[in-house]
Design a protein. Sequence first.
Length: 114
Amino acid sequence: MIADDTFDNFIIDSGLSDYYKTDADLELRLYHDLGIYGDIAQSCIETLRDSYNVDVSSFNFDDYFPAEFSGQNQFQKILFSFIPFFRSKTENKRDFKPLTFLMINNALKGGILE
């Protein structure tokens, strides 16, 4: 198994244990495949930084995840928060870089997430 105890501990600590089960899941993308973004994604990055001493200073969150409350104006933000279907019609996941479990595992081993 590629993942070591540190990675397994991170998966549990970050609340991602429902998504990661085996090495076959290493290529799963947090936003693109699992729909993880916003506060949940931010919490994962903070856990890497605070609990596992991974340098995330060069990691640009907005390159990988959309804003939790997206929309061009206040009306759209409210609409998208109540009716998520509309959000999926206006957002293109291709606009965001993929962040995979493998990338997180490598960050834990190398001490940096870029």
